[in-house]
Design a binder for this molecule. Structure first.
Ligand code: CMX
Ligand code: CO
Length: 154
């Protein structure tokens, strides 16, 4: 069995689920929930001021293209940030999904050609040294969608 996506379909270059982003009010409490309930542990924590988040990446499994699959727990660092606005409106819960690619610029161009708005003209800095772009949720069936190119491993 060959793996999805369909090679005869439009080019996206997306090969895996990189992470599910979850908005939370208290990062430490959220980390504790995932540790005590499922045994998931934090691989990495950082503050990304550009995105307005304090975040933790909990690794679920590795994949063969150098990436891995994570839960990304997101606590806002400022009230005007996307995650703070989301929490005000919806409360805690799933904020976005992220697909992995070997070339985020090419994937963004491919998806953009399908009429989906790419919110970042140039890839931005993501967690663990990755490069990321976001797609508008209104063009993706209400799902905020991120494309992620993992950092090169030494
Ligand atoms: N999922 C689905 N829909 C969302 C959404 C989300 N996470 N966030 C906002 N929306 C919807 C709102 O419900 C709203 O819909 P209605 O008009 O039907 O009410 C609409 O989008 C506009 O919402 P808003 O609160 O006014 O938000 P903005 O338009 O200012 O921003 C968005 C929305 C997606 C453009 C902005 O959140 C963004 O640029 N996000 C990308 C960056 C980001 O989320 N960073 C944090 C994560 C960092 C990381 O993963 O590393
Ligand atoms: Co993310």
């Amino acid at each position: 069995m060959s793996s999805a996506p369909d090679p005869s379909g439009p080019f996206s270059g997306l090969t895996r689920l990189d992470h599910v982003g979850i908005a939370c009010r208290d990062l430490d409490a959220s980390i504790a929930f995932y540790r005590t309930t499922y045994g998931f542990v934090v691989e990495h924590e950082e503050v990304n001021e550009e995105q307005g988040v304090r975040e933790a990446m909990l690794r679920i499994n590795g994949t063969d293209d150098g990436g891995a699959t994570y839960l990304q727990l997101l606590e806002p660092t400022r009230p005007d940030s996307p995650v703070a606005k989301f929490l005000d409106r919806n409360g805690e819960g799933v904020h976005h999904i992220a697909f992995g690619t070997g070339d985020v610029a090419a994937s963004a161009a491919g998806v953009g050609e399908r009429g989906v708005r790419v919110l970042d003209k140039e890839p931005r800095h993501g967690t663990l040294g990755s490069s990321i772009v976001f797609l508008h949720p209104k063009d993706c069936g209400g799902v905020l969608t991120e494309l992620v190119q993992a950092a090169e491993r030494p």
